[in-house]
Write a protein that binds this ligand. Structure first.
Ligand SMILES: [Zn+2]
Length: 497
């Protein structure tokens, strides 16, 4: 059966349940939201219309408390119709997603399916700083995640190339820090910092009202949006408006392209830095219902910390060994602020260096992720795996295709096993799941993003959902052919070789 990701157990029977122009669903207040979404997607994929009714229905959704897995469901198709059961709404939603993929030519094969995901974190990251993307496209992207049962959208909202979220207390962040000189006609790493006064013309940001709209859209599709606010590095865009928060007080311009090494970072010795960040994070905490907030922590160049009187004083006052421990102090201080607000901080794996706060989740990205995973496990921190050599979708899909850095093919993504040999069962419990990342330096348009993210996202979905022994590369490729025909209905510009 052509379903992505592949369900845990399928028993195929002979025969088909046939539909004529409509599919009628038993009315139920508790499932109205997901039925409505099912109806919308059905219209995009088939000619069928959805109706709700009290009797003589084709489809019914049943809450069944005996189905214990949080996102698990059962799907039964026979002469009597289609029945989806789950203990939770999320499970019923995933049953409907499976059903969408089964409806081909208005007939559904008789079958019994039992299904539940392998990992609780099935994530997709998206960088809107290097290039800015419309709310319309963000929603399209999120919907495509839902169609593959991915459940976390990691929204990379701030970086050197532009601040993308309205913060009421600091309007300069979107008046100044969201705009850069438009050098889109030049290759990313050949763009020079602008010397001209005034704001640039490339950029944009999301208002808090727009963010709420996207959160609602994602929540209906059982996707949690995890916002990321970068610190202490990848923050130079902020100093275009708030130079006093960096060590040297240098007023930067928002970078139009490659900014490396990123030496303009937050001053860790200045208490105003923490006041500013806590103000920003307070608004983020109020806006996003997610229990997680990502605080970056990667690639902070410590050159200026070494030269800064205030940073060096902090090292003395806090009895720290070096600048790595100063970064650790920074991350711990922000983490405790978030924990007090009831949120769980997440950071890129550099946060391990210099010591790690207990309750922070580590996102392992460097290399194949194994070293970071083992370090995090040794301190019993929870982890999410997104190794750049496999799950960075800005990498090329083959030697000749567009992209940057190295190559990570569809097959490499598909074959990825997060729990490598040597990880004990107990330690494996610390792995929340997997995620792929879309960095957009080389993706100026949404069509570029689609080209890079699909169909590798389908391979990721299978890594995140299916048990190791259920994966089969040959058979996946066959199923992917049908899924591509669904992507066609959504006008997705996927890589197709
Ligand atoms: Zn400093």
């Amino acid at each position: 059966m052509n379903i992505i990701p592949m369900p845990v157990k399928i028993i195929e029977k002979s025969g088909f349940y046939k539909l004529h122009k409509t599919i009628s669903v038993k009315r139920n207040e508790k499932t109205e939201n997901i039925i409505e979404i099912f109806g919308k997607e059905l219209n995009k994929i088939t000619d069928l219309k959805l109706e709700t009714t009290e009797k003589d229905f084709d489809l019914q959704l049943i809450f069944d408390e005996d189905i214990l897995q949080l996102e698990g469901y059962q799907l039964l198709v026979n002469n009597n119709g289609i029945r989806i059961s789950s203990g939770k709404t999320a499970g019923l939603f995933y049953g409907l997603i499976t059903l969408l993929q089964l409806i081909v030519k208005n007939e559904i094969p008789f079958c019994e399916i039992e299904d539940a995901p392998r990992f609780e974190w099935r994530g997709m990251h998206f960088d809107v700083s290097r290039h800015f993307f419309s709310i319309l496209f963000i929603k399209k992207f999120i919907n495509l995640l839902a169609l593959q049962k991915l459940n976390k959208f990691h929204w990379h909202l701030t970086d050197d190339n532009g601040w993308r979220i309205e913060i009421k207390k600091y309007p300069q962040l979107t008046e100044i820090c969201a705009w850069r000189k438009n050098l889109e006609h030049l290759p990313w790493n050949e763009r020079q910092e602008s010397k001209k006064k005034g704001n640039g013309s490339y950029g944009g940001f999301y208002t808090q009202a727009e963010i709420k709209e996207v959160i609602e859209y994602a929540t209906e599709r059982h996707i949690e949006i995890v916002p990321e606010i970068e610190m202490p590095g990848h923050s130079s865009e902020i100093f275009a408006a708030f130079p006093q928060l960096s060590c040297q007080g240098r007023k930067t311009k928002v970078a139009s392209g490659g900014y490396w090494p990123n030496t303009d970072i937050f001053c860790a010795g200045n208490d105003d830095t923490f006041i500013f960040l806590e103000d920003v994070l307070s608004e983020i905490v109020d806006l996003f219902p997610s229990k997680y907030i990502h605080i970056g922590g990667d690639e902070a160049n410590k050159t200026n910390w070494k030269k800064c009187v205030q940073c060096q004083q902090r090292i003395v006052d806090e009895n720290l060994k070096d600048e790595n421990e100063l970064q650790s102090y920074f991350i711990k201080r922000i983490s405790s602020f978030l924990l007090e607000k009831g949120k769980i901080p997440i950071g890129w794996d550099e946060i391990i260096e210099g010591g790690l706060a207990k309750d922070i989740v580590v996102m392992c990205w460097r290399g194949d992720g194994k070293d970071a995973l083992e370090s995090a496990i040794s301190t019993e921190n929870k982890t999410i795996l997104c190794p750049n050599s496999i799950l960075y979708f800005d990498w090329k899909q083959n030697e000749d295709s567009q992209g940057a850095f190295g190559v990570t093919t569809l097959k490499q993504v598909y074959d990825y096993e997060p729990i490598h040999a040597g990880i004990s069962l107990n330690d494996a419990d610390l792995i929340l799941g997997v995620q792929a990342n879309v960095w957009t330096e080389w993706m100026p348009t949404s069509k570029d993003v689609e080209f890079m993210a699909f169909p590798r996202m389908s391979a990721l979905a299978e890594v995140a959902w299916c048990e190791k022994n259920k994966k089969d590369w040959e058979e996946f490729q066959a199923r992917l052919q049908q899924f591509k025909s669904i992507l066609d209905k959504y006008n997705v510009n996927y890589y197709n070789k």
